[in-house]
Design a protein around this ligand. Structure first.
Ligand SMILES: Cc1cc2nc3c(=O)[nH]c(=O)nc-3n(C[C@H](O)[C@H](O)[C@H](O)COP(=O)(O)O)c2cc1C
Length: 340
């Protein structure tokens, strides 16, 4: 069995664009979109990672040694921890991956399932970019979530009809993809969505609906008013707006405003179980992780994904243990300090 480091080396060898840096922090790939990087100066990706370092944990160990329970429910799917793989599409164009898209998707979905986690799947400009993740979703409806791009409404409804035939636990939409450079370059129409649009989409989907790409209280209000079941605090990994706030900076304000009216997930720069713990302490219900999961899929297929997933879960549980949190409900604001 390969080691974690060997899989990272193999990922580096299997990618011609992504440099597989020691820390995946957006520095080397500033402006590489299309590519793995952040838009423009790349500062939004860099800030996502950097600001997580400004949150520290409070160690608390003087108590009995009991097993912690990190289990998490995602709309009826039981997961071992509140950690999910974020949707990442077009690994050929964005990473220069020598692993083809379907092998990458299979590795992600099956690898997450094996570790007791779940993977969001992306969507793209052409039919294939939707069909490939959909095929995997049909096979693993309890362990994958389709994330539809904010196309014009007729196209959205057509795609959702196909997803509904797979008995999905939930359907997501990355509403911030209205700002994606790649789609603009390909000339495919994505559109900003209003509260009425989102309400129609939610009604048509008739399953839990997740709005991905919320960075302000105002947009959180729209998601709530539209009847969404969850939102993802996300700036698309810094790929849609330069000089954007980091997701960890806006998370607490948004989760306080939401006040449990819907689930709050977050992504952007999260790399370790400790990072996941910080998000939960600041009000998130769960965390999505993007680039590192795709590196491990490209470097080690299913085995790589499972290894990274297990590593995250173990790190997260270790943080719970070392901060005196026995259940997810115990992870509260006083478990962390925020230095921004
Ligand atoms: C190469 C690449 C492709 C992506 N494709 C999608 C996509 O198809 N749909 C989507 O909702 N988000 C997409 N994202 C954004 C991720 O889902 C996620 O929001 C972001 O990567 C999280 O930040 P992290 O990679 O720093 O963990 C993509 C990100 C990257 C880097």
């Amino acid at each position: 069995m390969a080691t974690f480091e060997e899989i990272k080396i193999s990922a580096k060898n299997n990618m011609s664009i992504c440099k597989m840096c020691k820390a995946c922090n957006g520095e080397t790939c500033r402006g590489w979109t299309p590519g793995p990087g952040g838009k423009g100066s790349g500062s939004s990706f860099v800030r996502n990672v950097a600001m997580l370092r400004q949150v520290t944990l409070n160690m608390k160990v003087l108590r009995d040694d009991v097993e912690v329970d990190s289990s998490f429910e995602f709309f009826g799917s039981q997961l071992v921890a509140p950690i999910m793989a974020a949707p990442i599409a077009n690994v050929k164009i964005n990473y220069g991956s020598s692993v083809d898209e379907m092998s990458y998707l299979n590795a992600l979905g099956h690898g997450c399932k094996l570790a007791g986690l779940l993977a969001f799947l992306g969507d793209g400009a052409n039919r294939e970019a939707f069909e490939m993740p959909l095929n995997l979703h049909r096979e693993l409806p309890d362990y994958t979530v389709m994330t539809i791009k904010p196309w014009l409404l007729e196209q959205v409804f057509a795609k959702i009809s196909e997803v509904k035939a797979c008995s999905p636990k939930a359907i997501a939409m990355d509403v911030d993809a209205a700002g994606l450079i790649l789609l603009k370059q390909m000339g495919v129409p994505v559109a900003y969505k209003t509260v009425e649009d989102l309400r129609k989409i939610k009604e048509f989907a008739n399953v839990p609906f997740i709005v991905k790409g919320v960075m302000t209280v105002e947009d959180a209000k729209v998601a709530i008013d539209a009847g969404a079941d969850a939102l993802v605090v996300s700036n698309h990994g810094g790929r849609v707006l330069d000089d954007c706030e980091s997701t960890i900076e806006v998370l607490e304000e948004i989760s306080n405003f939401v006040n449990k009216r819907l689930k709050v997930y977050v992504d952007g720069g999260f790399r370790s179980g400790a990072d996941v713990f910080k998000a939960l302490a600041l009000g998130a219900d769960a965390v999505l992780i993007g680039r590192p999961f795709s590196h491990m899929a490209i470097g080690g297929l299913e085995e790589g994904v499972t290894m990274y997933a297990n590593k995250l879960v173990n790190e997260f549980k270790e943080c719970m243990r070392m901060t005196g949190c026995l259940t997810l409900e115990d992870i509260r604001r006083n478990c962390v300090n925020v230095h921004f």
